[in-house]
Design a binder for this molecule. Structure first.
Ligand SMILES: Nc1nc2c(ncn2[C@@H]2O[C@H](COP(=O)(O)OP(=O)(O)OP(=O)(O)O)[C@@H](O)[C@H]2O)c(=O)[nH]1
Ligand SMILES: [Mg+2]
Length: 423
């Protein structure tokens, strides 16, 4: 079997929630060429698709010379074996497909550990069945996993390795929390970009912060969270104008996807933390997507499941902004339709002009701010400087007891100045 046929794939999708176009994009992201598709409305417990469809699959593979079958759902080891036997070529299921993409895109040590953890969890229940697809796949799809040699591991070794990786990631996570808590107290308000994969989150971060992180028209381009400062309009503060924008920090996160493999949930830990910690969440979506509604729902549901328990008992509420990006890809009719379906949304093109989002963030920041009077002793002068850039200062009076200030502060910062509050 040549390299060429190995990168030619037939897609198989079964069940009511099947979505061949997205599966095709996932396959392409991994460098596979789609040479045929086959679908069925109902999932078959035995062989993923029913007997008749399996026969069709066999013919389709033969006719197209495909070297691989890709399924839209995770398969049980038995389903995989049956499908493989019929097709006569290796079968790659949705979970392993996404794990392979994560593996190919992982850039830092932590993301690589997360992927290894996901792959080991996927492998653990399958190790006995010796899924031949795994060993035969190997470098065939252009990525060599932490793969082959691990096939030899027995369950005990896999479990030990999983335990070690978990511990290591847990330690890093605790360190991150400590750092995060300090930044939270001392730093400017935080805004986190979340959304479906490929919505344009990194493009938005780049535009607003002047960064140049990698963006690409492929899924799961970003696999680590990054935070950048977006400088506000400081001069205006000093001039005493009121409709001005404070600094904020902007965090880019890992994109979500429907039917997210459970083995990969851990890879989203820092994304979910960033969302839970944010003063403002910007939910980004690709306005041009045919499944826009479902993509927004997927993101909301994934967040709702995780954020409520992280944030329980915390008085902080999240201001949310819905940003429908890539408006340049839409016809005027569709734009009008979206504006009426999502009256609160920011419909924009990050490639052309991201300033509408900046305006919306500014308004959300304003909604999350409180006006108060402070009397800061001269000895704590450092605190006064920290107000510039973070607060709106309406009036300032130097008295013998200290500096008397009338300010508007972001809610999360109120605690920091609480000791000096007079009204
Ligand atoms: N036409 C158009 N394309 C855009 C726009 N914004 C982003 N893109 C393109 O959409 C693709 C995905 O953009 P990214 O910024 O990488 O998307 P992301 O949400 O960070 O994706 P992941 O990191 O994979 O979750 C890239 O090819 C961008 O150039 C836009 O406003 N209009
Ligand atoms: Mg990205």
């Amino acid at each position: 079997m040549g390299q060429e046929s190995e990168s030619k794939a037939v897609l198989v999708a079964a069940g009511e929630d099947r979505q061949l176009p997205e599966l095709g994009r996932l396959a392409q992201t991994l460098g596979l060429g789609v040479v045929g598709v086959l679908e069925q409305g109902r999932r078959d417990g035995v062989g993923y698709v029913g007997r008749g469809k399996r026969e069709e699959l066999k013919e389709l593979v033969e006719r197209t010379g495909a070297g691989l079958v890709v399924t839209d759902d995770e398969l049980s080891p038995a389903q995989a074996r049956i499908l493989e036997k019929v097709a006569g070529v290796p079968v790659l299921d949705r979970t392993l497909l996404i794990i392979r993409i994560f593996e190919a895109h992982a850039r830092d040590a932590a993301s690589r550990l997360e992927v290894e953890l996901a792959e080991l969890s996927y492998r653990l229940p399958r190790v006995k069945g010796r899924n031949t697809a795994l060993s035969r796949l190997g470098g065939g799809v252009g990525t060599r996993g932490p793969g082959e040699q691990q096939l030899e591991y027995d369950r005990r070794v896999i479990r030990e390795r999983i335990e070690r990786i978990r511990k290591k990631l847990q330690e890093e996570r605790s360190a991150r929390r400590v750092r995060g808590a300090r930044l939270k107290r001392e730093g400017p308000p935080s805004v986190t970009l979340v959304g479906y994969t490929n919505a344009g989150k990194t493009t938005i971060l780049n535009t607003l912060s002047g960064e140049s992180r990698s963006t690409a028209d492929r899924l799961f381009e970003t696999l680590e969270t990054t935070t950048r400062l977006v400088s506000g309009d400081h001069e205006n503060y000093k001039n005493g104008r009121s409709s001005v924008r404070p600094d904020f920090v902007l965090t880019d996160t890992v994109g979500f996807i429907r039917k997210l493999p459970t083995q990969l949930v851990h890879s989203f830990a820092s994304t979910l933390e960033a969302a839970a910690d944010a003063d403002i969440i910007v939910l980004c979506a690709d306005a041009g997507s045919e499944s826009l509604e479902e993509e927004i729902r997927t993101v909301k549901e994934t967040l709702a499941e995780t954020i409520t328990d992280v944030d329980a008992g915390d008085e902080r509420h999240h201001e949310a902004v819905l940003c429908l990006n890539k408006s340049d890809t839409l016809a005027e009719d569709r734009r009008r339709e979206l504006r009426s379906n999502y009256p609160e949304c920011i419909l924009m093109s990050a490639k052309r002009d991201a300033s509408p989002l900046l305006g919306a963030i500014n308004e959300a920041l304003a909604r999350s701010r409180v006006r108060m009077r402070l009397l800061i002793p001269h000895a704590e002068h450092r605190l006064v400087s920290s107000l510039y850039g973070n607060a709106e200062i309406h009036a300032r009076n130097d008295t013998t007891q200290g500096i008397d200030l009338d300010v508007t502060l972001p809610k999360p910062q109120v605690k920091r100045y609480a000791d000096y509050r007079t009204a």
